[in-house]
Design a protein around this ligand. Structure first.
Ligand SMILES: [Fe+2]
Ligand SMILES: [Fe+2]
Length: 263
């Protein structure tokens, strides 16, 4: 039986949620808002790729895990999209950002590239997602966030850890081509980091905070000096380069145990 639990949470985000709902920081709030904007189409892309492959999976347990993966990711994208109404209510516009993201994901990659390359990119995105889940759960980064958004991101992080092996195993079930796996990871890192930062810039620009010194100081602290996210991303990419890499090699269960997700 699959250990991946599909929880059906139903978020209802109040319009009273503060504009800067995370530590009253424009940088941190918009970093997570940017994730909320991009994650919907990225996760739609992941589920599409798994759906294309699922009937060819010859391992019954993996097939069941792939079904549960689709269930979890579908819930994530549905719940994150609900917060878009709050962002629109606050006056933010991100249609152009979404058009570019959708064009790359669905026109260039999904329709233009092979199923196996798309699976490799998807596995790379899932590897990167774990890094974000670690940032959320290990460092308790959302301790002072609005409670509903804290719950949204922590629930999401827990389920990312629960299904962290699925796309890697689906890819390996389709092909064990090492170069394809690595190419997928590189494309995934470039894609996710580009759109994460583009979304951040889009929102900060609309707040007229692109030249704000505090924002840039926090940007440097996040990527380089305090949270060292750039260094962690490079480390995790290097780990993925190992020929015998598998997502189970790093223990994340202790992180899940720290969080109680109530439906
Ligand atoms: Fe997800
Ligand atoms: Fe995921």
């Amino acid at each position: 039986m699959s250990q991946i639990t599909v929880r059906r949470l139903n978020f209802n985000f109040s319009q009273d949620i503060e504009k800067y709902w995370l530590n009253q920081s424009a940088f941190k709030t918009h970093l997570f808002n940017s994730l909320t904007i991009s994650v919907t189409d990225i996760e739609k892309y992941l589920t599409l790729n798994v759906k294309k492959r699922i009937n060819f999976i010859d391992n019954p347990q993996l097939k069941q895990e792939a079904q549960a993966f689709i269930g979890q990711e579908t819930q994530h994208l549905l719940q994150h999209t609900k917060f878009w109404a709050n962002l629109h209510y606050l006056g933010y516009e991100f249609d152009t950002h979404l058009s570019w993201l959708r064009w790359i994901l669905f026109n260039i990659l999904e329709r233009g590239m092979s199923t196996n390359l798309n699976l490799a990119i998807s596995a790379g995105i899932e590897h990167l997602t774990i890094l974000i889940a670690e940032f959320i759960l290990e460092d308790n980064s959302l301790a002072e966030a609005d409670p509903q958004l804290k719950k949204l991101f922590e629930w999401h992080a827990v389920e990312e850890i629960e299904h962290k092996t699925v796309l890697f195993d689906v890819l390996q079930n389709a092909t064990k081509n090492y170069l394809l796996r690595i190419s997928g990871m590189l494309i995934a890192y470039i894609l996710v980091f580009s759109f994460l930062n583009l979304g951040l810039i889009t929102l900060l620009y609309q707040d007229k905070k692109l030249l704000d010194k505090k924002v840039w100081w926090e940007f440097i602290k996040f990527w380089i000096t305090k949270d060292k996210f750039l260094y962690k991303a490079l480390l995790s990419a290097t780990d993925y380069l190992r020929k015998d890499f598998h997502p189970t090699q790093k223990d994340h269960l202790f992180l899940i145990k720290k969080v109680t997700v109530t439906v």
